[in-house]
Design a protein around this ligand. Sequence first.
Ligand SMILES: *Cc1c(COP(=O)(O)O)cnc(C)c1O
Length: 455
Amino acid sequence: MAESVKYLLSEERIPKAWYNLAADLPKPPPPVLHPGTGKPVGPGDLAPLFPMAVILQEVSQERYIDIPEPVRDIYKMWRPSPLIRARRLEKALDTPARIYFKYEGVSPPGSHKPNTAVAQAFYNKAEGVKRLTTETGAGQWGSSLAFAAQLFGLEVEVFMVKVSYEQKPYRRALMETYGAKCIPSPSNQTNSGRAILAANPNSTGSLGIAISEAVEIAAQREDTKYSLGSVLNHVLLHQTVIGQEAMLQMADAGHSPDIVIGCAGGGSNFSGLAFPFLGEKIKGKLNARVIAVEPASCPSLTRGRYAYDFGDTGHLTPLVKMHTLGSTFVPSPIHAGGLRYHGMAPLVSHAKELGLIEACAYAQNECFAAGVQFARAEGIVPAPESTHAIKCAVDEALRCKREGKAQTILFNLSGHGHFDMQAYADYFAGKLRDETYDQKALDTALAGLPKVAAE
Ligand SMILES: *Cc1c(COP(=O)(O)O)cnc(C)c1O
């Protein structure tokens, strides 16, 4: 009885609206441009790819956007997600800092990604779409969209970055379990894929290439639209259920975060946790540092250029202003596949330019070491992506120890690593290499940035 009452009360704590940071930014982000005309894109330009409800969210300035009841109803399968104080990790580190984490690994596919997948599937279904195409890196996004789409009776075709397709066969099996079709990218099914294979038959693929393939198919077919798992404003918007819940939960716990941390690939789980807190920071109600953590091998925020660039390698997408390594940059095949994207969400990039957030980068071995330390203290085996946030949280906790400060750290544990155990096996076997990026390849990719008059 007591348990079920608690459950009902906790359902009430799932937000009823998403929070849109764009409404509170001191300066609006630069517009998205049409690559042909160099002019800002209108809703009509995006209509072949996305449902109109999603396009309107992409450009919305409304502070709160209602979560449709069918979406919120599905969120109830795993939300609100737990906020956990990592007391055993605090003890292991012997730190005066308080470490909290928001755990998104409780969703059925095991990460934060269904928060947007469910919303996108809902809006596509509502507008009569039959089929979705998408790309996936580590397979988290593909499995999340597969999960969400089958709840609404939509078909899904997933272009999976080839290196991950080979490294992570179970993630592919998970997508197939949910009913999706999975194709290693680059493939010979699209012009973009064939062009890459012609130039380099051994290409390990990249998210940029897989996006081109998925976009190409969606643009060609009337009944098919494209779905993106990160980067875009509407994706970040849908993820803000994480931070809004965390704010209530932190208030319950009686602490306010001094530091908010998330790992950043395209920027969605970081934004999901951080944006509601950033809104408070902008209004002067919170004085927290907000840190995005990326891999040293794909350092768009810390080493990329803030410039207009394509979202994909085949140059089919509009131009967005973001921190980018260049759309032709192919990061080394590290195990945190979800962090291997050449660009960063425009809203995250803009927040960085405005000085609202910080960024740092870590190599993969030190992240796995932190992930193992976390697993041994807290029991949860983190996704390789999430270990980047853990590493940063651990470093901040150790700094607190040196400085004798009892600060409160909050990080997003974006997913569990149950499908990534090969990565852990490789780490224990000493097989992981700390490759940084290739400076020459980066210079070449940056030299190829599109020339945009508006800059
Ligand atoms: C996809 C993924 C990421 C990276 O994507 P973001 O859009 O930056 O959040 C991080 N963690 C997990 C577990 C993921 O699946």
